[in-house]
Design a protein around this ligand. Structure first.
Ligand code: CUA
Length: 348
């Protein structure tokens, strides 16, 4: 590659990076994006974090420009030239003004950064839940999320539903984070920072989404083989839609007489050791609650869409979809498989 081309490419990629960096925070986001974008927060704590991050970035960019600029100036201005006499430049020791400046300016800078960060941490971590805040307990499992609403009597998995917060009626959601096995980390970038889920410990965080829609996130702490397929979605509803969702989730499971055969197979195999179907003797807690399985969008914590075809493939042998996951191949016959899937499909 020619030198000039290389230089042009270098400059172009620098400009591109700089533009991405500077311009992306400026877009006013109206809807959640389906990529995990930290520059488009749509929730109070995420916005607070973005503001302090931009301040830190701006200060650091300023320092970079000053230091880099002085360095570049010195290197160019005082470079070696033909005809130099080869003597060392005059050696100067001690300058009170200089020493004072390079002591005081960094101290002030660090102090400003410290105060701004401490204030944001205090605002985010010290938030007191209002009386009508929604309380949700999230339990990290290898490799899925258990989501419980203790006050509403709802248990679901991998897809958290919450109400939107409006200026006229704020509805934050406060989360209690636990783990059933190893350390995981709850991260939905447009809603809040990360918080770890640690065994034998209760961590807390909150989100306050300002726009309805589906927010995507993932486990952000390596937790074993299928860490990458431990995806998370938060569905934010307008208030009345959230009430409708909650009411539907509180319903007992559908008991469709047409699906009796599958129900019988389900209740006579070891499915019930790991899964719960509310109000039945399937009371396992090792795997996701299946009471309203078909109300969810995905299977395997976001691994595949929750369609009849994928559900069948999953029940036949989950290991082909999510290798290493803790649900074994149940060695069902084709008839049993069809019956169980027919039954599961009724669990709306
Ligand atoms: Cu759970 Cu990574």
């Amino acid at each position: 590659m020619k030198k000039s081309t290389r230089r042009a490419l270098g400059a172009a990629s620098f400009l591109f990076l700089a533009a991405t960096f500077l311009v992306s925070p400026a877009f006013a986001a109206e809807v959640p994006t389906n990529v995990t974008n930290i520059f488009r927060p749509l929730s109070i704590p995420a916005q607070a974090i973005r503001e302090v991050s931009l301040l830190v970035l701006a200060i650091c960019a300023g320092i970079f420009l000053v230091v880099g600029g002085l360095l570049a100036y010195t290197v160019i201005r005082f470079r070696q030239r033909p005809g130099d006499d080869g003597r060392e430049p005059p050696q100067i020791y001690g300058s009170n003004q200089l020493e004072f400046a390079w002591t005081v300016i960094p101290i002030v800078t660090v102090f400003v950064l410290f105060l701004a960060t401490a204030r944001t941490i205090y605002d985010v971590q010290g938030a007191i839940p209002p009386a009508d805040a929604l309380n949700v307990t999230v339990v990290g499992h290898q490799w899925w999320w258990e989501i419980r609403y203790p006050e509403l009597g709802i248990v679901t998995a991998n897809e958290m539903h919450v109400p939107v917060s409006e200026s006229s009626k704020r509805r934050p959601t406060f989360l209690k984070l636990e783990s059933a096995d190893v350390a995981h980390s709850f991260w939905v970038p447009q809603l809040a920072g990360k918080t770890d889920l640690i065994p034998n410990r209760e961590n807390r965080m909150w989100i306050e989404p300002l726009q309805p829609g589906t927010y995507v996130g993932n486990c952000a702490e390596y937790c074993g083989m299928q860490h990458a397929r431990m995806l998370l979605r938060v569905v934010v509803h307008p208030a009345e839609d959230f009430e409708k969702w909650a009411a539907a989730q509180r319903q007992p499971p559908v008991d469709d007489p047409q699906a009796r055969a599958g129900r019988d197979v389900f209740f006579t195999t070891s499915c019930i050791n790991c899964h719960t179907i509310k109000g039945t003797n399937a009371m396992g807690t090792f795997g996701p609650d299946l009471t309203h399985l078909m109300s969810r969008e995905t299977l395997g914590a976001g691994t595949v869409p929750n369609t009849a075809e994928k559900l069948r493939a999953w029940v036949r042998d989950p290991q082909t979809i999510k290798e290493g996951c803790n649900m074994p191949d149940m060695q069902l016959t084709d008839t049993e498989l069809n019956q169980i899937v027919a039954y599961l499909l009724t669990l709306k």
